[in-house]
Design a binder for this molecule. Sequence first.
Ligand SMILES: [Zn+2]
Length: 441
Amino acid sequence: MKTGFSKRCITPPYGIAIGGYFRPRRVKGVLDDLYARVVVFDDGESYATIITLDLIDLPENMFERIKDAICDATDIKREAIFINCSHTHTGPRFGYDGATDEESPEYYNEFFVNNVKTGVLYALDDLKESTIETAKTEAKRIAFVRRFRMKNGKVLTNPGVGNPEIDHPLSEVYEGVHLVKIVRQGGKDIYMVNFGCHADTTGGEFISADYPGQLCKILENAIPDTHCMFLQGCEGDVNHHDVHPSKARAEVNKRRADYRCSISEYMGRVLAGAVLSVASLTEEVKADKLSFKVRIVDLPSYQQNEKLEEAKALYDLYRREGRDALPYEGMEVETVLGEASRIIKLENGPLSFPYTLSAIKIGDMVFAGIGGEAFTDIGNRIREDSPYENTVVCCLTNCTGGYIPTSVAYEEGGYEARSSKLAPGGDNIIVDGILDLIKEL
Ligand SMILES: [Zn+2]
């Protein structure tokens, strides 16, 4: 197997809308640059490429534009393109941004698409004979399930650090780190790191790749002659808030006020530490042949027209008087706004939407890609039932999908299930569909 790597800067210009919150934000400066990182695989008969983007997500048409550009410029087949977003909340929003009510400007869209394509061309120029090794480990206490049962029986997402009304988290976090180490003859090694947690530690109006960027920087410094890329795993119900922090962790949170990267740096260090703990213990996997498949499935929409009037009234109030006029606090504001905007958008359908499943198999190893922000349990089910020991599960891949809650989460409530455009039961279609696809490779 030959592999090539490249990295291109995609940091947005001043003033561009930043995606991630209901509040409008615009680029005012740069804490650290955003990158598109590209690995190309070549088994002598065909190519496949895995691209990671320091972006919150991409709209459907931007995934397609990148694929068009790559297919026009190279011999890489469309189904062999695997694009994963890190979900940083301090990066641009391509396409429509609800908070600023603006579309990303075409000159920046074009710059971005061209740059990603150029990255693939450079990676093709960098092909080197390689062996592939893997290891699994854990990164402890940097990711936490963010959905809680409160003492009054309610379910809240992000109820707040130290909130005395918290009873227990609704599920268990998956702290697994999957390392794919590509050892290359006459070239730098490539470390692909898969872990699942929201990349939303920084906030504000300064650009940052958040903890995935810190991880790459720290690893590349710790192991000379190494390229690193981060593949976001299932993170829909997981983020960095430790609701019962140690004294030292509480200090890290506090430092964020004047040194905004303190939490992402902390997480990047823990994650890099986990990778370093197994970096010399990787085992070679068979990596002779490439195969790849993409399938589009239909997912049911979560239309709730019985709640339409209520939703419209709430959204009107928000548009007229701002979020402070709403009779809710903290994350409950995001929850009711997310729910209202979902109900309004789906008033006239569609009753279902297309959703892309992607899989690339390299010898005995599989990269499984699903769109949107899947809950932890969905990743667990795919890993457990996949016939391949090395199944790297990535969300935010090759299509948008919003939150992908488990069926049981709808009964529980909370931000993700109430705002998701996906109706209950969609998780089973995704899990069954991706497992079928993996088995067909
Ligand atoms: Zn999210």
